[in-house]
Design a protein around this ligand. Structure first.
Ligand SMILES: [Zn+2]
Length: 125
């Protein structure tokens, strides 16, 4: 694999990482206890309402929170994969499948720079 290609992938990974962290920080905060883990924050909508309106807002907040969880989770996994890919670049094993050790195709890495597995292993659970 060409050095330039790896450099280019590294830059892309770092860019993606920054963008993801920025997006995540809008509705989640870093877990101080578990590295790489993020916690969705509970939304705080306008609480100046009272009575029925207040209850409705509370319901909206719960709904919003529940909507955030899967989004937060998938972004968190993507971030972890980016970190793994960056670690592989450091070790010089970038582009190798973590399961079978074969090379991951350039096409696949271009589409998904944080790919951990080759197409074959990725399609097999
Ligand atoms: Zn493989």
């Amino acid at each position: 694999m060409k050095k330039e290609f790896i450099e280019q992938q590294k830059a892309r990974l770092e860019e993606n990482k920054k963008a993801l962290q920025k997006e995540l920080s809008l509705f989640a905060e870093k877990d101080e206890k578990i590295k790489g883990n993020w916690k969705s924050t509970f939304p705080d909508f306008d609480s100046s309402e009272t009575g029925g309106a207040k209850l409705e807002i509370a319901q909206d907040e719960v709904e919003e929170y529940l909507n955030r969880l899967p989004v937060e989770h998938s972004m968190e996994i993507k971030l972890q994969n980016i970190d793994l890919a960056l670690a592989k670049i450091k070790k010089g094993t970038y582009g190798k499948c973590d399961k079978c050790g074969k090379k991951i195709s350039i096409d696949r890495l271009e589409a998904c720079p944080e790919a951990q597995f080759c197409v074959d292993c990725n399609s097999k659970p």
